[in-house]
Ligand binder design. Structure first.
Ligand SMILES: [Zn+2]
Length: 85
């Protein structure tokens, strides 16, 4: 009984592999919707905070007057403040 289940799983995996390879080669045709979503995801440009180095979506960042990008206003302020030490 366990052997039948095993071959069922193997068959299902083969079917999935065929479906995935067919889907990726058909990107220019019916898969337009999915491709658009991928492009939209790629269009979210990531920036790195000039203060702490964290990566974040550009739209959520703060750009200072000298063109540097920060993850938030506190780090923008901290970078422009002279160091206490
Ligand atoms: Zn930061």
């Amino acid at each position: 009984m366990g052997r039948i289940l095993f071959w069922l799983v193997v068959g299902l995996l083969c079917w999935l592999a065929i479906r995935i390879s067919l889907g990726s080669s058909r990107k220019n045709g019916a898969g337009n919707k999915a491709t658009k979503t991928d492009d939209e995801l790629r269009n979210i440009s990531m920036s790195q905070c000039a203060y702490c180095g964290i990566h974040f979506p550009r739209s959520e960042g703060v750009t200072s007057e000298d063109g540097r990008v920060f993850c938030g206003q506190p780090h923008c302020d901290a970078a422009h403040r002279p160091h206490a030490s």
